[in-house]
Structures are given as structure tokens and as C-alpha cells.
Design a protein around this ligand. Sequence first.
Ligand code: PLP
Length: 423
Amino acid sequence: MSTSSPDWLTHGHPHIWLPYTQMKTADLPAPVARTQGCRIELADGRVLIDGIASWWTACHGYNHPHIVHAVQAQLERMPHVMFGGLVHEPALTLARRLCALLGPGLDRVFFTESGSVSVEVAMKMAMQYWSNLGEPQRRRILAFRGGYHGDTFGTMAVCDPGIGMHTAFDGAVARQDLCELPTDEARADMLEAWLAARADQVAAILVEPLVQGAGGMRMHAPAVLARLREMADRHGILLIFDEIFTGFGRTGSLFAFEQAGVRPDIVTLSKALTGGTLPLAATVASQRVFEGFWSDDPTHALMHGPTYMGHALGCAAALASLDLFETEPRLAQVRVIEGLLREGLAPCNALPGVREVRVMGAIGAIELTSRPDPAALRRAFLEAGAWIRPFGRIVYLTPAFVMPPEDLRRLTGVICEVLGASA
Ligand code: PLP
């Protein structure tokens, strides 16, 4: 096994710009040759067990033949066609199937190509809904501390600045309103008072249901969502659930909001929508929201239309991914993973430097008491054959739902060993 870099890395690296990376000081990125199942094979022959399913997307593992064949067949028929004035079977069938899965009340799908853009579309829908209804002053979006919704200008405005990802743009982003999630009575009262004072200026409440992901893997009870639904209803405000991370089984139910028994007016989906194979996202609106745009006035139309929206390959991949949720026992697999994560990460509770271990569905997160050196941790995980990418004070696993128990035990074992050694 050689650890020398392939030529394409040596010659290409000086021309590439990587995300969230200080290019001057960062280690060379790991060169991937191929993926299979829950494994990433590097160019030098090393094989890593993937602990994070490619930023939480590859829920069926990599290269699932059902998705591969669906995409290949679609590629031969039609890779893509513009979605303005033209439609195609994969997009319309996907829209129908998504609405059926989301349940009554979420009836209209607007496709985009990334999670951030689907959140921007949700915000635009909410604001324009109100201006179409004659309330153009409702421009405010209420978001929450600990929240993350993307890196574009519109979505930076609804991220918690405290998570520190966007400080370089302080002053350039017109930030929206941030409140604490109503996780207890005192916070609920504060939020209620905040809303009572300015509800007529608020277009929507935006929240990641059950788990705030990139903001720190913070988990909350389903009752919090029920509370937000109640408040939104009381003040006539729209409620947006950002299920980009939580959607498609990650928290144990197909959509996180199912656990709260409440429904949003708008929901955003991406990441596992295509099983991690192609970029695609969806903003799904209720009939109430859609009717706000239903008019003889052309200016009441939703003015948004990304070039690659409704990409036929992405839609074919998403349809195949939905098939797999029907033909393979994904949610049962998530339950098994949840048990293994609880068992495997429990010893970390006893380690110095560990503040808390949190598990929900196929998400296992360890919050440390201080920020570790993420590069050193990543190196230690790599040497142990695991692909795990900590951020902030969080070390976490979000494995594919098809991960064999022995691989998952290996990952949790590696985390305990590495954190134990660095404690
Ligand atoms: N919303 C949530 C909850 C996310 O977790 C993410 C990405 O991590 C986004 C939005 C942004 O999605 P994308 O990276 O596809 O733009």
C-alpha cells in the first residue's frame, strides 16, 4: 500500500479551492478513487469506513445498483431539459410521490438544485405570499439560535451568527430575527411576547425540526415543534420546516415533523432526497401558500427559476431512492443504528473532555467541553480507517442506513479510542 499522491492530486491541487478550508495550512485532502457501499477507497488503496455518508446524503450507501440503473436509463433518454414551459415525467412523478409521502396539506413542489436555494425559495414564497395578500410589510423571518440553513446570502441571514461560520460577512448580511427555541416555559413565554409585539411584520418562522445539524447537532423534543405550530397559528404566521438534514429517515421517521404530529406550511428537502447521488432539492408548499399565488395578476407569480431546476437525472435518482425506502427496511435499519450508536458511544460519557453524548435515529454526536484541533482528530480517524469529520466542539456519526453493525461498532470504537487517547 503506497501513500504517495496520485498525479492528478499533485497537479490539480494548486488549482482547486476547497470548502471551509484554510488552503495554506490544511493537510492535503484525501484523494478518493472510488466508493462502494459504506466504504471510500483512496487512490493509494486505503479503504475508509464512511461515518458521515457524504455530508448526510448517502443513506443507501454508495453506488446502490437500483439508483445507478435508474440514472443510467434516464441519461440515455434525456439528461436535462429546461423547466420553464417544459415539464417531464421524472419531475412530475417525483412531485406526486413526494406529496403523497409528506401527507395531506403539502401539495406543491418547487424543485431547485441545492439545499440553500430551497431555503431561499421557502423564504421568498413566504414573503411574496404575504405581499400578494396585501400585507407587504410582513418581511421578517424568525429563525433560531443554533440554526444553520446554508451559506448563500439569503440563508446566512437566518443562520445563528454564533456558530461562527459567516463572521467574514458581518455587516454585509441583513440578518433576520433570532430567538431561542421554546424548549421550556420561560423561553416559550419570551417567544410569545416577541411575536405578540410584531406578528404583523413576520412572514414565517423557520426551524430545523428535532435536530439543528451544522449548528452543533443540538436536539430538541417534538413538543417544541407543536408549540411553534400553535404560536404560528395564533398569529397567522407561516411555519417552515427545514428538513434538509432530517428528512428521509435520519431521525427515525421518514420526516422529523411526523414525530411531533404537526405539519409545516412549507418544507425544504435535499441531501438524502437523491440518496446522495445528484444535486437536487425541493421546497414543498401547502395549498394555502400556493393559493396566495393563484391570481390573474402576472406579478403574483413566484419569480424564481434556477437553470437546472427539476434536473431529470436528479429526479430519476430521487425516484429510485424513494423506491428503496419502500423495498428495503430503511426505517428499521435506522432503529438498529440508533441502538448501536447509543451502546457504542456510551463509554465516551466517561471520558474527560466530553460534555455530552447525544443520539437520535442515525445521528450520534459527542459534544466536547472545548474545541479540539479538528485536523489532528481527522488524521487520527484516517489512520484508524474511518472517515469522520468533526466540526466545532462536535464529533459525530451520521452513517448510511445500510451500514453493517460490525462497521458501525468499529466506528464507535475508533471514536472512543481516539477521544480517549487525546483526553
Ligand atoms: N439546511 C440544513 C438544515 C442543512 O443541514 C444544510 C446543509 O448542511 C443546508 C440547509 C444547506 O444545504 P446545501 O449545502 O445543499 O446548500
